[in-house]
Design a protein around this ligand. Structure first.
Ligand SMILES: C[S@@+](CC[C@H](N)C(=O)[O-])C[C@H]1O[C@@H](n2cnc3c(N)ncnc32)[C@H](O)[C@@H]1O
Length: 229
């Protein structure tokens, strides 16, 4: 299972849950004051960006469900924005935490997100979070089994983010890679914990069509694969 919190944070969270208080984790502003400057959270440079960051902060503190760590969310944002992605596909919406990081970048690149979730409750929660953040118009949320739904996709993809059933990664790679443009990226979460499917790791590391690096492996781990030109 993904590690949602560090052990210290988890015990604070557990204590707060036991006390019946929902907002167990410190807000971004509290973290900004307390933390090492190297760990400061991002600062919005427009009302639109600040609105998304505020919703991200709230989702992080109160609604995470196997969501990526904040650093991985920020990494996703940087990847999307730096390649100027116009179309991002996410497998595994959950409550929309990683989706919000993707959307904050797509807001700047005038791009759009297609995101897949099999659980109706989480799909609905993500929709509500995207709406509150003012980015719902940039997102298509698909409810259903992504193995079947993604096969219907026809559009070119600049970045694919895989973060759903861990044994399904190879199937997602096979279905999405032909749609990813040369020079595009395939990002896979949980490359350290839980242990990844070795067939996926082989597929992205032993094929000259790709170049793959693994980041943040002290935590859940992220594989970033370039589909070479
Ligand atoms: C690790 S969570 C995603 C976390 C999310 N990316 C985030 O960081 O906020 C995985 C999600 O994938 C969903 N999922 C699992 N199998 C799926 C499938 N076959 N099709 C679509 N979604 C699936 C689960 O219901 C769960 O909400």
């Amino acid at each position: 299972m993904k590690k949602p919190f560090s052990s210290k944070r988890r015990s604070t969270f557990a204590a707060a849950l036991a006390a019946g208080t929902a907002a167990a984790l410190p807000s971004a502003s509290a973290r900004a004051q307390r933390r090492n400057p190297l760990e400061r959270p991002p600062l919005g440079n427009s009302p639109e960006e600040r609105r998304v960051l505020a919703v991200l902060d709230e989702v992080y503190r109160t609604q995470r469900y196997l969501s990526v760590p904040e650093t991985d969310g920020r990494l996703l944002r940087m990847l999307v924005e730096s390649i100027g992605a116009k179309h991002v596909v996410e497998i595994g919406t959950s409550t929309g935490y990683s989706g919000l990081w993707l959307l904050i970048a797509l807001m700047k690149t005038s791009g759009r997100l297609t995101t897949y979730e099999i659980d109706r409750g989480r799909h609905d929660a993500a929709r509500a979070n995207f709406e509150r953040a003012g980015v719902l118009k940039l997102a298509t949320l698909v409810l259903g089994d992504a193995h079947a739904e993604v096969a219907k996709l026809k559009d070119v993809v600049d970045l694919a983010f895989i973060d759903a059933d861990k044994e399904g990664y190879l199937d997602y790679l096979r279905k999405l890679s032909p749609l990813v443009r040369p020079g595009g990226l395939i990002v896979a979460h949980n490359m350290a914990s839980p242990p990844p499917d070795p067939r996926y790791v082989d597929a992205v590391t032993a094929n000259a069509a790709y170049d793959t690096i693994f980041l943040n492996m002290h935590d859940a781990g992220v594989g970033v694969t370039l589909k070479k030109r």
